[in-house]
Ligand binder design. Structure first.
Ligand SMILES: NC(=O)C1=CN([C@@H]2O[C@H](COP(=O)(O)OP(=O)(O)OC[C@H]3O[C@@H](n4cnc5c(N)ncnc54)[C@H](OP(=O)(O)O)[C@@H]3O)[C@@H](O)[C@H]2O)C=CC1
Ligand SMILES: O=C(O)[C@@H]1CCC=N1
Length: 276
C-alpha cells in the first residue's frame, strides 16, 4: 500500500518518522509533497521516500492520502486536485469535518487527530470515517494508527473534547510543567530553572510508568504519595480549589476556537458555491 503525505510540518514529519520507526510502512512506500521542497528534500535524505513534484502526483500514486496542511489550507489544496475515486483521503486537520471533506472527494474519507507523541510510538490517534470507507480500508488505517501508539475510533460529536485530551495534551502538559517549574524558582531562586525543569521531566517519566506500567489509577497514585496529614495533601487541596475552574475554562475556550475554525471552513464552502 502506498501512503501519500501532503504537507511536511509537525504532523507530516511525525507521520514519516513514526511510520518508518514502527516499520509498519517503509519510506519507499511513501510519496510526499510539501510546498517548500527544500524541507521535504532534507527529510528525504534520512527517510528515502519518493519526493513528488506536485501534490497531484501524490494523489495519483497513493492508496491512502494524508492531507497535513493547516485547517484553512485543506479544502483549497484539495480543490486543485483530481482525486481518484478509489483513494482513501485522510485529513488530520482540527475543525474540518467528514462532511466538509466530502465536498472535495466523493470516495472514502477519514478524519484523524494524531499526536506529536507518536514520533515515539506512544499516544492516542483519534479517527472517524465516512460510510464509503470499507472494512479493508478501515483496518489498514487502524493498523497504521496502532503502530503509532493506540488508535481510538470516536464519533465526530466527541472528537473535539477528545482532541484536547490526546492531541493538545502534550503541549498543555508541557505548559503546566513550565508554570510548575517557574513557581518553584520564584519560591527558591537558588534551585535554578534548568534544575527545576529537569526534576519535573524525570518525575513525569516515572509517574507515567507507574500509571501505565503498573496500571495504578490516578486516585491510587495520589493515595500512595499523599501521606495522611502530610505535605502533598496541602498541595492537592490548593489544586482542588483552583483546577476545576481552570479546566472548565480551558474546555470552554478550546470549544469556542473549534467553533470559529468550523465557521471559517463553512465560509470557504459557501464562497465556493457562490463562485460556481
Ligand atoms: N501539531 C499538532 O500537534 C497537531 C496538528 N494537527 C493538525 O495537523 C495539521 C498540520 O499541523 P502542523 O503540522 O502543526 O502545521 P505546520 O504549520 O507545522 O505544517 C503545515 C505544513 O503544510 C504545508 N503546506 C501548506 N500549504 C501547502 C500546500 N499548498 N501544498 C503542500 N503543503 C502545504 C506547509 O508547507 P511549508 O513547509 O511550505 O510551510 C507545512 O509544511 C493542522 O491541520 C492541525 O490542525 C492535528 C493534531 C495535532
Ligand atoms: O493546536 C492545534 O490546533 C492542533 C490540533 C490539536 C493539536 N494541535
Amino acid at each position: 500500500m502506498v501512503i501519500g503525505i501532503i504537507g511536511l510540518g509537525n504532523i507530516g514529519q511525525m507521520l514519516v518518522k513514526g511510520l518508518s520507526k514502527s516499520r509498519v510502512v517503509s519510506p519507499s512506500d511513501m510519496i510526499v509533497f510539501n510546498r517548500s521542497r527544500d524541507k521535504a528534500a532534507e527529510l528525504q535524505r534520512l527517510y528515502p521516500f519518493e519526493l513528488a513534484a506536485t501534490a497531484q502526483e501524490t494523489a495519483d500514486k497513493a492508496d491512502m492520502l494524508f492531507i497535513c496542511t493547516k485547517p484553512l489550507d485543506v479544502l483549497p489544496v484539495l480543490r486543485e486536485l483530481t482525486l481518484p475515486a478509489r483513494l482513501h483521503l485522510v485529513s488530520v486537520a482540527a475543525g474540518v469535518s467528514l462532511q466538509d471533506l466530502e465536498t472535495v472527494h466523493s470516495g472514502p474519507v477519514s478524519k484523524v487527530i494524531p499526536t506529536v507523541t507518536s514520533e515515539e510510538l506512544r499516544g492516542v490517534s483519534l479517527f472517524a470515517s465516512n460510510r464509503l470507507v470499507n472494512d479493508t480500508q478501515r483496518d489498514s488505517l487502524r493498523l497504521l494508527l496502532d503502530a503509532l501508539g493506540t488508535a481510538e475510533e470516536v464519533s465526530e460529536e466527541s472528537i473535539e473534547t477528545a482532541t484536547i485530551l490526546t492531541s493538545s495534551a502534550p503541549g498543555l502538559i508541557a505548559g503546566i510543567l513550565e508554570a510548575f517549574a517557574q513557581a518553584a524558582v520564584r519560591t527558591s531562586p537558588e534551585l535554578g530553572i534548568d534544575t527545576a525543569r529537569r526534576m519535573l521531566t524525570e518525575t513525569l517519566a516515572g509517574t507515567s510508568l507507574l500509571l501505565k506500567g503498573q496500571e495504578l489509577g490516578f486516585n491510587q497514585l495520589i493515595e500512595r504519595v499523599a501521606t495522611k496529614g502530610g505535605i502533598t495533601e496541602e498541595g492537592l487541596a490548593v489544586l482542588g480549589r483552583t483546577l476545576p475552574q481552570a479546566f472548565d475554562d480551558l474546555f470552554a475556550m478550546t470549544s469556542e476556537k473549534h467553533a470559529l475554525l468550523k465557521q471559517k471552513v463553512q465560509a470557504q464552502i459557501i464562497d465556493r458555491k457562490g463562485e460556481q
